[in-house]
Design a protein around this ligand. Structure first.
Ligand code: PLP
Length: 246
């Protein structure tokens, strides 16, 4: 049995090895711990082991964990699909949003970002796997969306995010992440962020320039979705037999 602290060391070692392999500094790759479906106690353990950034997909679940953890200086990232009636709470309670895929959502986040807070860091989620995924802006629409978002006063457009179709084929992983890198580069905007790579493909993402890897399972164990419908496009099949091993 492994503890969260052990898992963090192992994932950090994978990140460092992948960065060195790509001639990059390990410090250029941030570890975003994806804590969806996991209790606040798991987040406390990860915090004690040095993690500061946490990603959540479900707003209500995230808000209640934030309340339980107000005593910790955590940085919260929203990474799930966004409905327009959720934008106000997201604008008020998160430092980053990785999953902006349409202008209406971006406009609402900008309007609803409290003036007492710094601009909300956002990434545009781009769909590089075509019909396999419903979320994300089409690659052809990224330029127009990025230009419009860059003009919104209370958002800070940082870069692109992607969840490629899950595959164990390293060549296909590489091609999908290279596509995201090229899309970002071609925008010719001052962007510094590529949010890509999960537990099973972080090495390929880092080789292609990832600056955030979003890691859930490899840190916290398999998820038990319970009441939640798992996101269709994260490659995480819910199973009644899958239980958190920790
Ligand atoms: C759940 C999720 C992750 C983490 O995936 P793992 O395979 O458990 O590492 C990363 N990004 C997003 C957007 C997710 O929804």
């Amino acid at each position: 049995m492994s503890t969260i602290a052990d898992n963090i060391s192992q994932v950090s070692a994978r990140i460092a090895a992948a960065a060195r392999q790509a001639q990059r500094e390990p410090s250029q790759v941030g570890l975003l711990a994806v804590s969806k479906t996991k209790p606040a106690t798991a987040i406390r353990e990860a915090f004690a082991a040095g993690v500061r950034d946490f990603g959540e997909n479900y707003l209500q679940e995230a808000l209640s964990k934030q309340e339980e953890l107000v005593d910790l200086p955590l940085i919260w990232h929203f990474i799930g699909p966004i409905q327009s009636n959720k934008t106000r709470a997201i604008a008020e309670h998160f430092a980053w949003v990785h999953s902006v895929d349409r202008l209406k959502i971006a406009q609402r986040l900008s309007e609803q970002r409290p003036s007492t807070l710094t601009p909300l860091n956002v990434c545009i989620q781009v769909n590089v796997s075509g019909e396999a995924s419903k979320s994300g802006c089409a690659p052809d629409d990224v330029r127009a969306l990025a230009t419009a978002i860059a003009a919104l006063p209370n958002l800070h457009l940082r870069g692109l995010m992607a969840i490629p179709e899950p595959t164990d084929d390293p060549v296909a992983q590489d091609a999908a992440f290279a596509r995201v890198r090229t899309l970002q580069h071609d925008l010719q905007l001052p962007l510094d962020t590529l949010s890509m790579g999960m537990s099973h493909d972080l090495e390929a993402a880092i080789a292609q320039g990832a600056t955030w890897v979003r890691i859930g399972t490899a840190l916290f164990g398999a998820r038990d979705y319970g009441q939640h419908t798992p996101p269709a496009d994260t490659g995480v099949a819910p199973s009644p037999f899958t239980k958190d091993p920790s």
